[in-house]
Design a protein around this ligand. Structure first.
Ligand SMILES: [Zn+2]
Length: 313
């Protein structure tokens, strides 16, 4: 029986986006429940701590963080975006949910560097990959994966870090944060056209950004071929010391926010290929962060395949 630590926190369930919003607490409840029953893996749930603001400030400007927190309402919801994307809300419980989501990556880093584990999953919300240096977007406020990358560099002098993003939406935030940083390779496969409208293949940063756009209707075989060719081969060349994942499961055929036709088993294939690269270059070290995925059944099936492939390879 193998072990897997999942960092999460009940504060992440208290983040409320109002009725009929796709990013809802049931997503996290579904993941936690379904992951308890994975064969041959014992899940060790641990509480995610509150992230120290000094580490968040490695990525986000101090006045941006202060502005977000100062907008938190005592009741009800406040949108932080203007039309047409006014669906990123703050509620009274947002602060701790944001800080616990980010804190998961920091404690996961400590564990991995201390060599206690080499694969960790962060089951948190709100997600992070749309959050830019000074902009909240797409349900995201603090870019969890980006703060973790900067933390690993600042605290542990890990230099070459790869971030692989297979959420169906482009991680505009992660790209913006690292656009001119050759120490971080960012590879994203995402549907285009689709929100947020970035991630074209000619957006290459300083040679460290790898975007693969896929058309609506793309099925498993074609998706995986593109993923290998346009993302994994580049990450392989980069030889990262650790791999961070923006793991979204919204490319599943059942997902209501996109039109890509992956099945749950495809997330096993994708993850296994990433693990192979981590085993070659990164001492097997992977921290995976929950991003999107909005159909509960698809999320539960896909996450189990992802976690199995993370741990058993
Ligand atoms: Zn997404």
């Amino acid at each position: 029986m193998k072990n897997l630590i999942i960092y999460s926190h009940k504060d992440c369930l208290l983040k409320d986006n109002g009725p009929n919003h796709p990013e809802r607490k049931e997503r996290l409840q579904t993941i936690i429940e379904s992951s308890k029953n994975i064969e041959n893996i014992k899940i060790d749930f641990q509480d995610s701590p509150i992230a120290d603001l000094k580490y968040i400030k490695l990525v986000h400007q101090a006045d941006y963080i202060e502005k977000i927190f100062s907008k938190i309402p005592s009741e009800g919801l406040i949108s932080v975006e203007k039309e047409p994307y006014a669906d990123t809300f703050l509620c009274s419980n947002s602060k701790n949910a944001i800080l616990r989501s980010c804190g998961s990556g920091l404690i996961a880093s400590d564990k991995i560097i201390a060599n206690k584990e080499n694969r960790i999953f962060c089951a948190v919300r709100p997600p992070g990959h749309h959050a830019e240096t000074k902009k909240a977007l797409g349900f995201c406020f603090v870019n969890n994966v980006a703060v973790t990358a900067r933390y690993l560099q600042a605290k542990y002098q890990i230099n070459k870090i790869a971030i692989i993003d297979f959420d169906v939406h482009h991680g505009n935030g992660t790209q913006e944060i690292f656009y001119n940083d050759e120490t971080i390779a960012y590879g994203s496969i995402h549907q285009s056209p689709l929100f947020p409208g970035t991630g074209f293949e000619d957006e290459r940063g300083v040679g460290n950004i790898f975007n693969a756009s896929i058309k609506p209707g793309t099925k498993s075989d074609e998706y995986i071929e593109i993923f290998e060719h346009k993302i994994l081969s580049k990450i392989d060349n980069f030889k990262p010391e650790i791999i961070l994942l923006s793991a979204g499961f919204d490319a599943h055929i059942r997902d209501p926010l996109s039109q890509i036709n992956l099945e749950a088993e495809d997330f096993k294939i994708i993850t296994k290929k990433i693990v192979q690269i981590a085993n070659i270059h990164s001492e097997g070290r992977i921290i995976s962060f929950l991003e999107g995925g909005y159909d509960l059944l698809a999320l539960s099936l896909s996450i189990n395949e992802h976690l199995k492939a993370l741990v058993l390879n």
